[in-house]
Design a protein around this ligand. Structure first.
Ligand code: AHM
Ligand code: MG
Length: 283
């Protein structure tokens, strides 16, 4: 696993360079779910593919940008699912974006098969967070000469102050709207950039809060993809002492997607906010 984490640092440095220096415009391609792709989406995807293909532990890879699983090494142990450039719709306005990785036992693409998770934040500084089951996530930040130095492990408090509500409000259910309003009434502050990586990273480093992406009228199953986005962050939040559940109160890490690109309503937070959510939703 450590070899894989080391390669993620290489990937972080390369994609960061591309974001800073290369063309931010659209390519003439679409991804597996029909979204227009940026040149950077395509470049990040192929950079990750080429790097991970050289790691013998990797059995196969799936990218959020591609339909099919890609075989790598028949003797490898893991399938790596990744979102090469999450938040690509805000890269042109110079907000932070990220890359997300879920490292699954081969043949078990589900919450229970998830062995480790990691994400990269391309912000004013380059950062990497890696999580394995049962240990507080490790946090690295780039410094002089592009090297990563280790920061304090990531630990959530019982309760936070941030409310990051995703989706389009006019399509929220009355239950969800009332719940989000109740957090603001309690004094929570709105922090939402539209990039799940920086939005969740902020909650993790500030010690707590809630990020929600509910099922709503326009998207009954939410927007965020289980294998590439929701499950990896569920592992990070649980390892940091928080919780990650769906709208039926189930742990995201107990779920199995029906197909690789399946989405789920999802809620990530510290214990207090997730407790409040369970009360509001009755789950
Ligand atoms: P993307 O993978 O197409 O970039 O979409 C995922 C992003 C997440 O980073 C973010 O949390 C969400 O979309 C924001 O959606 P919305 O604008 O509907 O709140
Ligand atoms: Mg994404």
């Amino acid at each position: 696993m450590l070899t894989i984490f080391e390669r993620l640092k290489d990937i972080a440095l390369e994609i960061d360079k591309a974001i800073k220096n290369e063309d931010l415009g659209y390519s003439d391609q679409q991804n597996a779910t029909g979204d227009e792709q940026l040149k950077l989406d395509v470049a990040s995807d192929s950079l990750i593919e080429h790097t991970l293909k050289k790691v013998s532990l990797v059995h196969s890879i799936i990218s959020e940008e591609k339909e099919e699983i890609m075989p790598v090494n028949p003797d490898g142990k893991y399938t790596i699912c990744y979102d090469p450039l999450d938040g690509s719709s805000i890269v042109d306005v110079n907000l932070s974006v990220g890359t997300i990785f879920g490292i699954y036992d081969r043949g078990n693409l589900s919450g229970s098969g998830l062995r480790a998770a990691a994400y990269i934040v391309y912000g004013p500084r380059l950062e990497l967070v890696v999580a394995v089951r049962g240990k507080a996530p490790r946090h690295y930040r780039s410094g002089a000469r592009g090297l990563f130095s280790s920061r304090a492990p990531v630990r959530l408090n019982e309760k936070g102050k941030i409310n990051a509500p995703g989706g389009t409000q006019k399509y929220w259910s009355p239950t969800h709207k009332a719940f989000i309003d109740s957090l603001f009434q309690e004094g929570y502050r709105l922090r939402y950039s539209g990039g799940m990586v920086p939005d969740l990273h902020q909650i993790l480093l500030k010690g707590g809060g809630l990020f929600s992406y509910p099922g709503a009228q326009d998207r009954p199953k939410g927007k965020l993809r289980m294998l590439f986005e929701a499950l990896p962050f569920a592992m990070v939040f649980e390892s940091a002492g928080g919780e990650a559940i769906d709208d039926r109160g189930r742990r995201l890490l107990d779920l199995t997607p029906e197909h690789p690109h399946a989405t789920t309503p999802c809620f990530f937070g510290s214990k207090y906010e997730i407790g409040k959510l369970r009360e509001a939703y009755g789950v």
